[in-house]
Write a protein that binds this ligand. Structure first.
Ligand SMILES: [Zn+2]
Length: 113
């Protein structure tokens, strides 16, 4: 027994335990997204993957967001309909009804009077 083999068995270069294997049994998590129509989609992502801000609804195609109370409201399919367009449309509708009601009222008064 002359000695000299003391350091055998110490492996340099092995990484921290368990770091090397991943993929096969990687745990996944589900993230819920809601579209403007209230559809919930729950795609799953790898735990270490970053989930996207929005997820297209598989049912109606609208973009969904993670906030159920405030889903993204901009349909990409209709870029020509802006928010302003909607407002104008609504206003003209309301004005039209008011004008119609007024006209009817006048008509009645004329008939009765
Ligand atoms: Zn939807």
């Amino acid at each position: 027994m002359a000695g000299g083999n003391a350091i055998r068995g110490t492996r340099v270069g092995a990484g921290p335990m368990g770091e090397s294997e991943r993929g096969e049994s990687a745990p996944r998590r589900r993230v819920s997204y809601w579209c403007a129509n209230g559809h919930e989609s729950r795609p799953s992502f790898a735990v270490d993957a970053e989930e996207p801000e929005s997820w297209d609804c598989p049912r109606c195609g609208l973009p969904g967001g993670k906030n159920k109370e405030a889903p993204p409201n901009a349909p990409r399919n209709e870029p020509y309909k802006t928010h302003l367009a909607y407002v104008k449309e609504r206003r003209s509708d309301a004005d039209g009804e008011a004008i119609l009601a007024e006209a009817l009222a006048k008509l009645r008064q004329q008939r009765e009077g």
